[in-house]
Design a protein around this ligand. Structure first.
Ligand code: ZN
Length: 406
């Protein structure tokens, strides 16, 4: 079987899984839109599978949805044995995740990390729902879970927390479908009715990539919800948590929900739930330990990268010049981004060059004026520092003298 044939049969299967789930939740017009998309949007093998290398870490891109098509990485297709259920589901998960973006784009604009998290949970729901409905053998199945990057998982933790509460009102699957294939405004309205007006603020915040800000807001919303309505937390710990059932098509813990539960205080829960409250407390401790471990890994990796890549020691004039160009362009790319790694980069680079922003501005100005190579005049290259470069740039720009206003 060629890779194209393999992908084609998986795409057909993915489409049928999506339709199977959506037809229980959506009206015929919405379904029709999705079916039309299946016809109009090609899914192709991506022969130059992409890798994103950022801050010394390489991430493979399994799939990508663009305006005119969905591309699935060749290496992901090649390594999948479609006779192995788990491997097949992994590939289906990638395809359905990308379809989720395309389906949402019919009526809505891209929703950043909220959409990314929902797309993966939607893939889990479609796959597990189909495994239950289409298979004769229902015994001992484990819930299929998408294995996303740590960054995605953090946002999924927020969405899973929201869904846990919606599930108690039997609205979770309906609203997953509404968010992906329906109308975003209706989704927001439904959530605002349940969680209060702060949900709108939350919804706008999670459209950025700042996990801490949106998680803090959501924890506030969860606390308020629990204080007003209470929350059944026994179910969160039900003993067959990994067992696939109609009632359990996307279960995975939510550290965010646990943080909200713990912050609501044990007095918010009934005596018979105290045991579960204690479980939440210990799982929050574990989640905090994990995230500080992961955060430290990021800081170490980025520090190392800055020290090696942007150090001026032992470099030739040409290499130093390239280093400065690279430094300025990396800084420009990350200065206004709010993802964690960019923020760590800015923090760490500021330790090396405290006035990095004016450093960049001065260098760019000199470059435009064609004077950028003159910054190395009268500098001992063996012992060159960023401070030497800054003072030479200042001289060239006549900063501090009256001849240069501003
Ligand atoms: Zn995505």
């Amino acid at each position: 079987m060629s890779n194209e044939e393999k992908l084609f049969s998986c795409v057909k299967l993915a489409q049928s899984y999506i339709s199977l789930f959506l037809k229980e939740q959506m009206n015929s017009e919405q379904l029709q839109n999705v079916e039309s998309l299946f016809l109009s949007c090609p899914v192709v093998v991506d022969n130059n599978s992409q890798e994103v290398i950022e801050f010394g870490k390489t991430t493979n891109i399994g799939g990508q949805a663009t305006t005119d098509k969905i591309s699935i990485s060749l290496s992901d297709i090649e390594k999948t044995n479609i006779n192995n259920e788990f491997e097949l589901n992994k590939l289906l998960g990638t395809i359905i995740h990308e379809y989720a973006h395309k389906i949402r784009a019919i009526n809505n604009v891209y929703g950043e990390m909220f959409e990314e998290a929902f797309a993966s949970i939607f893939a889990e729901v479609c796959i597990n729902n189909a495994r239950l409905k289409l298979s004769d053998n229902q015994d001992n199945k484990e819930v299929f879970e998408m294995l996303d990057s740590v960054n995605y998982q953090k946002f999924e933790s927020q969405v899973r927390g929201i869904l846990y509460i919606l599930k108690q009102k039997n609205l979770d699957q309906k609203l997953i479908a509404e968010y992906i294939a329906g109308n975003q405004e209706k989704f927001k309205q439904a959530c605002t009715q349940i969680f209060g007006n702060t949900f709108i603020e939350y919804f706008n915040t999670i459209s950025s990539r700042n996990n801490d800000a949106s998680e803090t807001l959501l924890i506030g919303i969860i606390i308020q919800y629990i204080k007003q309505n209470g929350l059944n937390i026994c179910e969160y710990w039900h003993k067959d948590a990994n067992q696939l059932s109609q009632n359990n098509v996307y279960f995975r813990g939510s550290p965010t929900l646990c943080k909200g539960i713990v912050a609501a205080g044990k007095e918010s829960f009934k005596p018979e739930e105290q045991e579960f409250y204690r479980y939440c407390k210990s799982s929050v401790e574990i989640a905090n330990e994990n995230s500080s471990f992961i955060n430290q890994e990021k800081i170490d990796r980025i520090k190392h990268l800055i020290e090696t890549k942007f150090s001026l020691k032992g470099k030739s004039l040409e290499e130093i010049y390239d280093t400065i160009i690279d430094l300025c362009s990396t800084y420009i790319q990350h200065q206004n981004r709010d993802d964690e790694e960019s923020k760590i980069f800015i923090e760490e680079i500021t330790k090396m060059i405290p006035n990095i922003n004016s450093f960049k501005t001065k260098f760019v100005n000199l470059r435009v004026a064609g004077l950028d190579k003159s910054i190395f005049e009268n500098i001992d290259l063996e012992n060159i520092t960023y401070n030497d470069i800054i003072s030479n740039m200042d001289k060239l720009l006549n900063i501090g003298t009256d001849s240069f206003s501003k």
